[in-house]
Design a protein around this ligand. Structure first.
Ligand SMILES: NC(=O)c1ccc[n+]([C@@H]2O[C@H](COP(=O)([O-])OP(=O)(O)OC[C@H]3O[C@@H](n4cnc5c(N)ncnc54)[C@H](OP(=O)(O)O)[C@@H]3O)[C@@H](O)[C@H]2O)c1
Length: 387
C-alpha cells in the first residue's frame, strides 16, 4: 500500500484535453505530484520533466503511478503494459484500450500487484464504474442501459428541438467542441459499443468480444425521420443495452424511439444517463457530463485518490468469456430504406409517410438484415420502438 503520508508521484502520458485538466487538478493538491509528462510536444513553462521516452518514467523508482490520457491503441497499449510490469499503478481514460485488451491488462495488473483503474473511460465525469463496483459488493446486476455518448445525444436533441438536418447539427456540434473533427466512432456507435462492453464485463464478471456486439448508429438519420418520430409522439436516442442471460449476454447498441415519460427521453444536449438494474434494488441511474476536460479529469483524479487509499483489485476480477445472444430481445422497429426487399415486406406491420414499422423482431434478426441492406442502401436507418 502507498504510504498515505507520502506524495503520490505520477507520470502523465498525454497532455491534451483530459491530460491538461489532470495536470491542473493535481497542481492544486498536496498529496499528488506530476513528476513527468510524456507528450509529442514540449511544455517549457511546466515545472516537471517533459520527455518523449517512456523508459525515463518507468526507470524512476520514485514514480508510483502512470496516468494514460494519450488515447488510441498504440503505443498506449505497449506503454500501459510496460508500466504495469514496472510495478506502477495505471489510471487510464482510454476506452478503446480497455475494451480491446480488458482481460490481459487486468491479468497483468493482478500479476504485478498494482492497480488498474479506468473510471473516466465510461461516462466521462460521471462516477459510473465506481458505483457499479460498489453495487457488486451486495447486488446481482442483471441489466445495464443508457445514453453513453454526449456527441450523439447533442445531435439528436438538437435535431428534435430545431428540426435542422443531420449535417447542419453535426457542424454546429463540431464548432462547439462537442464533436471531434472525425466524428465517425461517435455517430456510427463504435464509441458507445466500447463503453457497454467495459460496463457489461465489469457488471457480469465476464469478457465480451467487442466485435460480437451488434451496433447501429445515427449517421444516416434525417430530419424527415425526426419529423416522423414527432408524429409518433416519440423521441430518438442512441441507447446501449445489455442484459445478463443464462450462459450468455444480450448486448447491442441502436437508436431507440422512446416515449416522453421515460427518463432517457428527456436527457438534453451532450449529457449522459447510464443505469444499472440490480436483482433486489431495481434501476439506479447516473446523470451528468459524459465528456469534457474537467469532468473527465475529475474521474481520473478520483481513481488516483482511490489507489492512494489502497484500492488494488480491478472493478471485478471475474473474467469468464461470454457469448453474445440477442435472439430473445424482441421489438418492433422503424425502418427507412430506399429498397424494401422480400424479407422486410413480409415483416411490415404499418406503412408510414417516411418509413415502415415492422412486426416484432429479434435484435439478432434486425441487425443481421441491416448489415446486409447497408451494402445496397447505405442510407438505410433503423430504430427500435421501446415500450
Ligand atoms: N476528451 C474527453 O472529453 C474524453 C472523455 C472521456 C475519455 N476520454 C479519453 O481520454 C483520452 C485522451 O483524450 P483527449 O481528448 O484528452 O485527447 P487529446 O486532446 O488528443 O490528447 C492526447 C494527447 O496525447 C498526445 N499524444 C498522442 N499520442 C502520443 C504519443 N504517441 N506520444 C506522446 N504523446 C502523444 C497528444 O499529442 P498531439 O496533440 O501532439 O497529438 C495530445 O497532447 C482518450 O483515450 C479518450 O478516449 C476523453
Amino acid at each position: 500500500m502507498l504510504d498515505t503520508a507520502k506524495v503520490m508521484r505520477i507520470g502523465l502520458l498525454g497532455m491534451g484535453t483530459v491530460g491538461g485538466g489532470v495536470y491542473e487538478f493535481a497542481q492544486a493538491r498536496k498529496d499528488m505530484e506530476i513528476a513527468y509528462i510524456l507528450d509529442i510536444r514540449q511544455f517549457p513553462e511546466l515545472q516537471c520533466t517533459v520527455t518523449s521516452d517512456i523508459d525515463v518514467i518507468l526507470r524512476d523508482p520514485t514514480v508510483d503511478a502512470v496516468i494514460e490520457t494519450m488515447g488510441g491503441l498504440h503505443p498506449a497499449y505497449e506503454y500501459v503494459c510496460a508500466a504495469l510490469r514496472a510495478g506502477k499503478h495505471v489510471i487510464t481514460a482510454n476506452k478503446l484500450l480497455i475494451a480491446a485488451h480488458y482481460r490481459d491488462l487486468v491479468q497483468l495488473a493482478s500479476e504485478n500487484h498494482v492497480a488498474l483503474r479506468c473510471s473516466a473511460a465510461v461516462g466521462g465525469g460521471i462516477p459510473w464504474l465506481p458505483n457499479l463496483e460498489c453495487a457488486l459488493e451486495q447486488e446481482n446486476i442483471i441489466r445495464i442501459s443508457g445514453i453513453m455518448n454526449g456527441t450523439t445525444n447533442y445531435i439528436l436533441d438538437s435535431m428534435h428541438r430545431s428540426g435542422a438536418g443531420f449535417a447542419e447539427v453535426l457542424k454546429k456540434a463540431q464548432e462547439l467542441g462537442y464533436a471531434e473533427k472525425d466524428p465517425g466512432d461517435d455517430i456510427n456507435g463504435a464509441d458507445i459499443r466500447r463503453k457497454i462492453v467495459i460496463s457489461s464485463n465489469i457488471a457480469y464478471g465476464c469478457v465480451i468480444q467487442e466485435s460480437d456486439v451488434a451496433v447501429a448508429g445515427i449517421e444516416t438519420i434525417t430530419d424527415a425521420d425526426i419529423a416522423a418520430f414527432k408524429r409518433m409522439g416519440r423521441i430518438c436516442k442512441l441507447i446501449a443495452s445489455s442484459r445478463k442471460l443464462s450462459g450468455a449476454v444480450a448486448v447491442y447498441v441502436e437508436p431507440a424511439l422512446l416515449e416522453p415519460p421515460m427518463h432517457e427521453s428527456a436527457i438534453p444536449g451532450n449529457f449522459n444517463l447510464i443505469s444499472f438494474t440490480g436483482e433486489h434494488i431495481g434501476k439506479q441511474s447516473f446523470y451528468g457530463q459524459g465528456a469534457g476536460r474537467y469532468p473527465t479529469a475529475y474521474n481520473v483524479l478520483q481513481d488516483c485518490v482511490d489507489v492512494r487509499n489502497g484500492l488494488r483489485g480491478f472493478y471485478n476480477n471475474k473474467m469468464e468469456p461470454m457469448r453474445v445472444d440477442n435472439s430473445s430481445v424482441i421489438r418492433q422497429y422503424y425502418v427507412r430504406t430506399a429498397q424494401i426487399d422480400e424479407w422486410l415486406r413480409v415483416h411490415i406491420d404499418t406503412i408510414l409517410d417516411c418509413g415502415v414499422v415492422t412486426t416484432p423482431l429479434s435484435v439478432t434478426q434486425m441487425h443481421a438484415w441491416l448489415q446486409e441492406q447497408k451494402k445496397t442502401d447505405p442510407g438505410c436507418f433503423v430504430a427500435s420502438i421501446r415500450e
